[in-house]
Design a protein around this ligand. Structure first.
Ligand SMILES: Cc1cc2nc3c(=O)[nH]c(=O)nc-3n(C[C@H](O)[C@H](O)[C@H](O)COP(=O)(O)OP(=O)(O)OC[C@H]3O[C@@H](n4cnc5c(N)ncnc54)[C@H](O)[C@@H]3O)c2cc1C
Length: 441
C-alpha cells in the first residue's frame, strides 16, 4: 500500500514539505493536505496592502499546483485533534484522516495586547489575508493609524501604511523601538530616521484601553496623553497554533520539540515552521524563529525525511531584514549575545551602523543599518549574513574588521567565504537551481 502522508497547514513549511516529498520519494505516495486557509504567503501581505500586487498574487500552492503534486486538498478545514496511537487526525467537521506519517505545520497566530477594546471596531492584527483585507478597507489617504508594537511585523508594513497616505504613530511598551531586533544604538538611529520621515513614535508607554470616540478610536495609556486614531493595528506578538494537540502526547515546549530529522517525540509525527522548535544554527539550541527561510528549510528537511531520504538538519540562521523609508535595518544570528566580543562602528552622517559579534575568530552575530541607496549597505547586508551563516574562521581579518568595521568586503573575500557558503543545499544537492526553479533549495 502507498505511504499515506498527512500535511497539516498549507503555509510555507507545509508547501515545501509537499514539494520535497514529490521530489525525493522512490515510490509514489498519497499526500493529503488539511489547511484552515487557502495556501498563501504571509510575507507578501505588505505588498498587497500597498497595492503593489493584486490579491491573486499572494496565493502559493494553487489548485493547479496541488493537482500536479497529486495532493488531496482539504482546505478550509481545521485539524481538531490527533490520535498518535491510532494514527488518525480528526478535523473540525468530524472527518477522520488516517496517516502513516504526518507533518504539523500549523504556524502561529497574532496575539493582541490584553486591554479592554482590543477586539473592537477598527482594531486589527496584521497576520492573515483576512486581516490585510480589513486594513485595506479602512485606511484612506489622511487616515490616522496607530500601530501598537514596534517590532519586526510592524516594520514590515510601515512603508505600506505610509504609501497609502496615512499618518502613522507607533507606540511601544519597551523603552525603545525594535527591542528584539537591534541594540540601543541601532534603535536610536532608526528612531531618529523615522521621526525625520514624519512617523511619530511613543516608546515606554503601556496601552491601557481602546475606546470608541464617535467615529474614531481613543487609545488610553497607563501614563501620558491619549491618542486618537481612525485605525489601530496591533502587532503585539504571536503564539503557536498548537492548542489542538493538547491530548496527543506530542511534546510541546514553546513549540513542538523536534530532533535532527524534524521528528517530534512521536516518531511518525514531524513538525516544521513557526510551530516547531528547531535547532538554531548559532546557539545549537531549540528556537522558534517565526521567519520564512526557517519555515522553508524545516519544510524541505521534514519532507525529505518523510519521503525516506534521511537528511540531518544543521539548524537555521535567524535573519531579520526590513527596509523603512529607504533605511535598511538587519540583524543576523546572536546579535545580542552579551558573552560575544563586539566590534562596532557608527557613521552618523551616513546613518550607517555596523556591529559585529565574535566568538573566537568566527562572526556569530551582526547588526547592520544603512541607507538603502548606499551601495555599502546593500553589499554588507549580504556579506555579513554570509559570514555569520558560514561561520568562516576570519583569522587576521578579525583584526582588520576591528580597525575598519565598515570594510566587510575585504574580510569576506579574503576569507573565501563564498567557497564555504552553500556548496550544497540543505538537502545535500549541489547549489544549482534544479530544472526551471529560480532558486536552489
Ligand atoms: C505581514 C507579515 C510579514 C512577514 N514578513 C516576513 C519577512 O519579510 N521575512 C520573513 O522571513 N518572514 C516574514 N513573515 C513571517 C513568515 O510569514 C512566517 O514565518 C511564515 O509564514 C511561517 O510559515 P509556516 O508554514 O510555519 O506557517 P504559516 O505560513 O502561518 O502557515 C500555517 C498554515 O496552517 C494553517 N492552520 C493553522 N491551524 C490549523 C489547524 N488546526 N488545522 C489546519 N490548518 C491550520 C493556517 O491556516 C496556515 O495556512 C511575515 C509575516 C507576516 C504576517
Amino acid at each position: 500500500m502507498a505511504t499515506r502522508h498527512l500535511i497539516i497547514g498549507g503555509g510555507t513549511a507545509g508547501m515545501n514539505a509537499m514539494r520535497t516529498i514529490r521530489e525525493e520519494e522512490k515510490e509514489p505516495s498519497e499526500i493529503t493536505l488539511v489547511s484552515a486557509e487557502r495556501p498563501y504567503s504571509r510575507m507578501v501581505l505588505p505588498y498587497y496592502l500597498d497595492r503593489s500586487v493584486a490579491e491573486s498574487h499572494v496565493f502559493t500552492a494553487t489548485a493547479i499546483q496541488l493537482a500536479q503534486w497529486k495532493v488531496k486538498p482539504l482546505v478550509g478545514r481545521r485539524a481538531a485533534s490527533l490520535d498518535t496511537k491510532a494514527n488518525v487526525c480528526t478535523l473540525d467537521d468530524g472527518t477522520k484522516v488516517e496517516y502513516d506519517d504526518c507533518l504539523i505545520a500549523t504556524g502561529s497566530s497574532a496575539v493582541r495586547a490584553p486591554v479592554p477594546g482590543a477586539d473592537g471596531r477598527a482594531v486589527h492584527s496584521f497576520w492573515t489575508l483576512d486581516d490585510a483585507r480589513a486594513v485595506i478597507d479602512e485606511i484612506k489617504p489622511g487616515s490616522q493609524v496607530v500601530m501598537v508594537g514596534a517590532g519586526f511585523i510592524s516594520f514590515t508594513i510601515l512603508n505600506s501604511i505610509l504609501s497609502l497616505g496615512a499618518k502613522l504613530t507607533i507606540v511601544e511598551v519597551a523603552p525603545r523601538i525594535l527591542p528584539r531586533m537591534v541594540d540601543d544604538t541601532g534603535g536610536e538611529l532608526v528612531d531618529s530616521w523615522l521621526r525625520a520621515h514624519g512617523v511619530a513614535i511613543r516608546a515606554n508607554v503601556k496601552l491601557a484601553k481602546i475606546e470608541d470616540a464617535k467615529d474614531k478610536k481613543r487609545l488610553k495609556f497607563a501614563a501620558g496623553p491619549d491618542l486618537t486614531a481612525d485605525v489601530v493595528i496591533m502587532a503585539t506578538g504571536i503564539r503557536t497554533n498548537l492548542d489542538w494537540l493538547k491530548d496527543s502526547g506530542v511534546v510541546i515546549d514553546r513549540g513542538i520539540v523536534v530532533d535532527e530529522r524534524l521528528r517530534s517525540n512521536v516518531p511518525n509525527v514531524y513538525a516544521a515552521g513557526d510551530s516547531a522548535q528547531g535547532r538554531d544554527l548559532i546557539s545549537g539550541k531549540g528556537a522558534i524563529h517565526a521567519i520564512e527561510p526557517t519555515a522553508q528549510e524545516h519544510g524541505r528537511i521534514a519532507g525529505a525525511n518523510m519521503a525516506g531520504k534521511p537528511v540531518a538538519y544543521k539548524g537555521s540562521l535567524i535573519i531579520n531584514i526590513v527596509e523603512v523609508c529607504h533605511l535598511d535595518v538587519a540583524s543576523f544570528g546572536a546579535w545580542d549575545d552579551a558573552k560575544a566580543e563586539a566590534i562596532s562602528g557608527l557613521k552618523k552622517d551616513r546613518n550607517a551602523y555596523r556591529k559585529l559579534l565574535f566568538t573566537g575568530d568566527r562572526m556569530t552575530g551582526a547588526i547592520i543599518i544603512g541607507r538603502s541607496n548606499d551601495i555599502w549597505t546593500t553589499n554588507d547586508v549580504g556579506m555579513l549574513k554570509g559570514l555569520v551563516q558560514s561561520g568562516t574562521p576570519l583569522g587576521r581579518f578579525k583584526e582588520h574588521l576591528r580597525r575598519n568595521p565598515f570594510d566587510v568586503k575585504t574580510a569576506f573575500i579574503a576569507s573565501k567565504t563564498t567557497h564555504t557558503l552553500l556548496p550544497e543545499t540543505v538537502l545535500g544537492r549541489p547549489s544549482k537551481a534544479p530544472g526551471d526553479s529560480p532558486v536552489a533549495v
